[in-house]
Design a binder for this molecule. Structure first.
Ligand SMILES: Cc1cc2nc3c(=O)[nH]c(=O)nc-3n(C[C@H](O)[C@H](O)[C@H](O)COP(=O)(O)O)c2cc1C
Length: 199
């Protein structure tokens, strides 16, 4: 399937077969997700993957009755990361390992430090959340490309998720995605026309 067909056919899937997605496929989906673009290539987010039923059941009461949280094979909880010292450190290491020339790497890391230093904590969180949503797009289209159904969800209680999942303070649950083998076709694909998205 080419990219155009993927984006035009993918739908939010909320009913799943009672069949676990193999861990290799989940790993592949995580890799596709990890290729998302981000500002200054900082990738300021982490994903908590939940596959055990007990944890899914514990999270359910904090999701406004979204059954797909309980019935999916895997739940990805995308968290915005606000620890910019750690993020810059990791990016620096990854760039070094990836063979990015030193002057280019140092310039990018200098820029990243300036941007992070210039933002109050709320702005850092907002900035990280913006990058989360780019990764979300990769994840949704990636899931479909791998033959999986997925549903993005923001209707949940982030503080309860953070507590149940034992997340450190710097990781803020932002959006979750239920993943599994589709047991429904999904709703009709309705979008604004190209003319309607132009101003
Ligand atoms: C950021 C975001 C949050 C969403 N939150 C929910 C949600 O909490 N529950 C849900 O059932 N669907 C949720 N959706 C799914 C949308 O309703 C769905 O993607 C949209 O109606 C378009 O349908 P399609 O994905 O089938 O093309 C969310 C989608 C996005 C992008």
């Amino acid at each position: 399937m080419d990219f155009k067909d993927i984006v035009k056919s993918r739908r939010a899937i909320r009913q799943y077969e009672a069949k676990a997605v193999p861990e290799e496929t989940i790993r592949e989906l995580l890799e596709i997700t990890s290729y998302a673009v981000s500002a200054i290539n900082l990738q300021p987010w982490k994903i908590k993957v939940v596959s055990d039923q007990e944890t899914k059941d514990k999270l359910f009461p904090a999701t406004f009755g979204q059954n797909q949280v309980k019935t999916c094979s895997h739940l990805f909880v995308f968290c915005a990361d606000t620890d910019y010292a750690g993020i810059i450190n990791t990016t620096n290491r990854v760039m070094q390992a990836g063979g990015v020339p030193d002057p280019q790497r140092e310039a990018m890391m200098g820029l990243a430090a300036n941007v992070a230093d210039g933002m109050p904590p709320e702005a850092r969180l907002a900035w990280s959340k913006e990058q989360v949503y780019i990764a979300l797009g990769n994840c949704l289209n990636g899931a479909y490309s791998l033959g999986l159904g997925a549903c993005p969800m923001t209707a949940f209680q982030p503080p309860a998720f953070a507590e149940i999942l034992g997340l450190p303070e710097n990781l803020v649950p932002t959006v979750m995605v239920s993943i599994g083998y589709a047991a429904e076709a999904g709703g009709p694909k309705v979008r604004r026309s190209v003319d309607d998205i132009l101003v």
